[in-house]
Design a protein around this ligand. Structure first.
Ligand code: C2E
Ligand code: MG
Ligand code: MG
Ligand code: MG
Length: 286
């Protein structure tokens, strides 16, 4: 994990050291990190990173995913896996999500001023789906910045929907009616029931990186990738393969008719404000 983190830091061109809980001189306890997180939101330590998604048939960058990074003043850059699981069971997940939604809508506004339209998808947690005010607060953000809802997407895992399927479906239907695109994230890893897929207004399925990354060596993983693409297409949904790390994987996905790819082969996540410059100098069409 630290290797990936270092790679990302190098790629992002930043001098942040990457936080590693195992070697933290502050020996953070869960409560310390939680306490510090309250400050982090207020003090603007959360930063928006973006990772591109590319159309596999045309090689065009279609959109991006919004990913949070915690720029901690002492510990360095903390990756989401090190703090999201800590705050997800608490109410702090609400201000985190709001902060990311606001940053994402603002970024869309900035891009539109440059004459670019890049759809951006924000990750939601289970508790966000139980917040009946979520659709209204997203609507307010979009109106404030004059951004059309068609540029915003939301990524939701199967497990987060299963926490309270009825309430989640209500909120998701409302968001979909507002015009937001809905993605099922980490597909195939959660505890869920396929029947819910029929009842949800889902536009895109994201194949979990654990299947994509292993699909060359592992026939089982390849079978899951292939079946997921077929099932999604039969249900008139698009498919994004996350964890598209190499050219070999990209080409296998192309043969299987996968729609879009996200991963190291295209680019690792980068600070949102660098995304435009990256697009301009990259060999990907846009
Ligand atoms: P996710 O939503 O499934 O996001 C994809 C993760 O896979 C990202 O990790 C991305 O950097 C990584 N990834 C994609 N392709 C590759 C690849 O080819 N190689 C490698 N090594 N990694 C790849 P990241 O940014 O560390 O985020 C991890 C998870 O944390 C996310 O998984 C998501 O579940 C959660 N997360 C991130 N940002 C947010 C947020 O703003 N809100 C919430 N609720 N969760 C978030
Ligand atoms: Mg995601
Ligand atoms: Mg995912
Ligand atoms: Mg994931």
């Amino acid at each position: 994990h630290a290797d990936i983190a270092l790679y990302r830091a190098r790629q992002s061109g930043r001098s942040y050291t990457i936080y590693d809980a195992a070697h933290d001189p502050y020996k953070p306890q869960r409560l310390t990190l939680l306490g510090e997180f309250r400050k982090a939101i207020k003090q603007g330590q959360l930063q928006l990173y973006c990772q591109p998604k590319a159309d596999i048939q045309t090689g065009t960058i279609t959109s991006a995913e919004a990913l949070v990074r915690w720029m901690h003043p002492d510990r360095g850059m903390i990756l989401p896996d090190q703090f999201i699981p800590l705050i997800e069971p608490t109410e702090l997940i609400q201000p985190l999500t709001y902060c990311m939604l606001e940053a994402a809508v603002r970024q869309c506004y900035e891009w539109s001023r440059e004459g670019r339209m890049i759809p951006l998808a924000v990750n939601l947690s289970a508790r966000n789906l139980l917040n009946a005010n979520l659709p209204e607060s997203i609507d307010d953000l979009l109106k404030t910045w004059g951004v059309d809802s068609c540029w915003m997407g939301l990524e939701i895992t199967e497990s987060s929907i299963m926490a309270d399927p009825a309430a989640s479906i209500r909120v998701l239907k409302q968001l979909h009616q507002m015009g937001l695109k809905l993605f099922i994230d980490d597909f195939g890893t959660g505890y869920s029931s396929l029947s819910y897929l029929l009842r949800l207004p889902v536009d895109v399925i994201k194949i979990d990186h654990s299947f994509t990354m292993n699909m060359i060596e592992d026939p089982g993983a390849a079978a899951i990738v292939k079946s997921t693409i077929e099932m999604a297409h039969n249900m008139k949904m698009k498919v994004v393969a996350e964890g598209t790390a190499t050219r070999d994987i990209w080409e296998s996905l192309a043969r299987l008719g996968c729609d879009e790819a996200q991963g190291e082969y295209v680019s690792m996540p980068m600070p949102a404000m660098e995304f435009s410059a990256w697009l301009d100098q990259s060999s990907w069409a846009h």
